[in-house]
Design a protein. Sequence first.
Length: 470
Amino acid sequence: MTVRIAGLSLALMLFVSMMAAPRPQAQSGAPDPVVFQSQVFPVFEAAKCSGCHAASGVASATRLHFPDTGATSAQIQAFGLSLSMLVDRADVSKSLLLTKPTNVTRHTGGVRIKPGSPEEQIVAKWAMSLASASEATLAAAMRSLAASEGEVAPKQLVRRLTHAQYDNTVRDLLGDYSKPAERFPPEDYVDGFKNQLTGQGMPPLLVETYSTAAERLALNAFRIGDINGLVPCKPASFSDQKCRDAFVRAFGLRAFRRPLSDDEAKRYSAVFSEQARVSRRFLDGARVVVEAMLQSPNFLFHVEAGPDGRYADYDVASRLSYLLWNTMPDAALFEAAAKGELSTGAGRERVARRMLENAPRTRESLDQFFEEWLRFDRVVNAVKSGRYQAFTPELAIAMAEETRTLLHHLVSNDLNFMDALTADYSFLTSELAEVYGVPAPKEQFEMVGGLATRGHSRAGHFPRIDRGAD
């Protein structure tokens, strides 16, 4: 599977523009959203596309989500403009907006709009109008729509670190591999994943565990001195203000994933000095600053642009890092943000390609995605009746790892992803080989051919593979 980096900048533009509500009149050069509402949207409604492409529909995992029942005219019009993500500007006839509902490109829902019909021509005309408008024109049209609704700015979605992101972040921030989030209250799956905004509450028990974890992590960070090099200087004494300020700024940059404001630096420096004065130990001051920052919303939530939005490049750096690595930015990414290299599509692509070359981090992020998408937890925790005595907890873990290894094989070798469902080979252990009834491989999780199905699929937990506009 080829990772298409160019889509990252487009996805970012779409994310910003789709959060805005639409305008009632088209700007010059932009498709008229009123035409979409009055002519095109009824075609999709008659085809019952919204029945599947909704938050609770069978196609909820795809990019295409229709407005909810009762949506305003402005919301429907904005939806029409957002369909540009499904338009092939080079060859409109190949656009998913046309080929999916007509089943020219395989569509799980079958033929919803008959090829060659007047309805198809209506959709094709809209696709042409979207293709002829520049991305800047479409974005401006959506901003104008938002203004007509009385909104002065797009709504900002604030996401919390997932438990996996929390563990990865404190690992890279503090050098702590204890995975404290494994002891947090469990996360809920919403639409198949744990990072959905609607499922990210802050119940009192989670707040308490954040506090407990921050205290423990801060203690461990300096239990036997500054072994992880968190302090960027050698303090002359417990009251060394120059070294204190350097630590607060340097650690704050990494913890909040953006530079501290002057007021923030002053507050944390005061906390540092008070504790260091009482204990007469410099590292005690550093410890309380770490504990305080780990409980800050600026650490726990993705608000890297800052309260006034001035740190847009750091926000982009964090989005890239948590998308591709599922953890905080590294030093090179922070440097790119500081130099303004992430303000252009070319700069973001260059940085993203560099990040994807880091195979261990990329694989770790893919592992987390596969684990949630395919619900490996259901396999590992599956319980079979007494008739299946060969099904043990160890075998269940091997089944999940088998599928994970197969998927990484497809990704790293740029193979057809449908092989995840149809391949007659897999990666087996001796225990799995016994289940399949084939000779045991010489090595653990070695490729073995001639298989009818895979263990994970047999366990009944392999969902559909569909992340497009199907």
